[in-house]
Design a protein around this ligand. Sequence first.
Ligand code: 0O2
Length: 214
Amino acid sequence: MAIRFSNEEFERLKALLPVYDWGLRTLMTKLGIIHEDLSNFQKKGAIDFIHSRIKAPESIAQKLHEMGLDITAENAKKHLKDIAGARIICPFATDIYFLAGIIRSMPGVNILKEKDYISSPKRSGYRSYHLVVQIPVFFSGKTEDVTVEIQIRTEAMNFWATLEHKARYKYRGDIPQNLSDELATIADKIAELDHRMFTIHEIISMINEGNGHD
Ligand code: 0O2
């Protein structure tokens, strides 16, 4: 049975969510500027695309349930760091670290936590770089710090995570052992593929530099 908020708690949650949306939009404006600047002037192609989402109430309720917490708006605000989320997709792992560095130096963005699941992948095989940040949002005469989780991954890591997420959903978090083993093996292969593609990219860049091209 689906885990849900009570009507009263759902109304409380609905009152909270706009602030997360404003925080996310503030961050997306900053990231959009970085994306445009990098595409036009600096490190061409370091970002493929960026998207954002506010976690659906059903997913918030499910996550609180998995954490063994009561399904309340207060617990969501207190314990969940990914109600607002931005995902940056890059061609190569080196771009991920480059972008994490840019985010770290952004004025008005306070870093709360960083997790490098690329150098230390999760047991599932999941790879990604996570930053939990806080952004001040000014509204109705007051300022509130909004927490946003930023995930940075390559296209290949994203392909894997999307498929594994689907499997997790399909099997309600309990993926059969043979399938999770296969996913973990593929995750390793994807990491190797990412590395080999990067080597080719470096060779092409060196040849282009020698020829005086970008
Ligand atoms: P959705 O639907 O994407 O929102 P923490 O352990 O809390 O200190 P962490 O690892 O950042 O820190 O938190 P968490 O809650 O484990 O993971 C946060 C998000 O990372 C997840 O959100 C996923 O988006 C992604 N993620 C983490 N581990 C995996 C994994 O093994 N497979 C996939 N596909 N994604 C993962 P949600 O709420 O799970 O999902």
